[in-house]
Write a new protein. Structure first.
Length: 217
């Protein structure tokens, strides 16, 4: 009788633990699914209208008609959103990670990875949208120590030079996509990774007066 009671107790305890483990597993899986559902997946965007307008703009303003740069700040900063478009091939030839300005948030964090603040005002620490012409190559204190002056051509980015907004690299920027994490945010400059800047630098040394168009659709 004693043995039977022990066996019965063992069976009950085993069944209870197994039931509890299953309930925990279900709860964990449900939590994981909820997290995944909260993440915003990549959305393919058709930029054909931007390509056409950029090509017309470059012809009208005697800018480089081989390539131009499109940066889409409406894309989550954990994704590649810096695109080099080849006018002749009518296709994106390269894409890179790029940072945006932190705005009211803390420098170096990723607080606005999905919704960057936009401003042309001094000391806003924000990125500015609009068309830029990539100008002189200079020396930077960041990354590979190379930067390119950006001349804002629209009302929305007219203070770019006065705000010292330049294209440069930054050690904190990843070569690869990091979504759902974001890219560290600076004070408004479009910053890329060191390896990316090496490639971009080679491109810009041989292609002058390149259009850079920063958008936020």
């Amino acid at each position: 009788m004693i043995i039977k009671n022990y066996l019965l107790l063992f069976f009950v305890l085993g069944f209870s633990c197994n039931k509890e483990n299953k309930a925990t597993a279900v709860s964990e899986n449900k939590h994981k699914n909820e997290i995944v559902s909260e993440e915003k997946p990549r959305v393919e965007i058709n930029y054909s209208d931007y390509y056409k307008e950029a090509e017309q703009y470059c012809k009208k303003n005697n800018l480089n008609q081989s390539k131009f740069i499109l940066i889409d700040l409406s894309v989550h900063s954990g994704y590649k959103r810096f695109f080099i478009y080849d006018f002749k091939k009518k296709a994106i030839s390269k894409s890179y990670m790029v940072s945006h300005g932190c705005g009211d948030n803390q420098w170096g964090r990723t607080s606005s990875k999905a919704k960057p603040q936009i401003s042309n005002e001094f000391d806003s620490h924000c990125s500015s949208v609009g068309k830029y012409v990539v100008s002189n190559r200079g020396v930077s204190q960041w990354g590979i120590k190379v930067n390119y002056v950006l001349q804002g051509k629209d009302k929305t980015n007219s203070n770019a030079r006065s705000r010292a907004i330049v294209l440069h690299s930054w050690d904190a920027i990843s070569d690869n996509e990091v979504y759902p994490e974001g890219t560290p945010e600076g004070w408004g400059c479009p910053a890329v990774s060191n390896e990316s800047m090496k490639e971009i630098d080679e491109l810009l040394k041989t292609n002058k007066k390149v259009l850079m168009w920063i958008i936020k659709s």
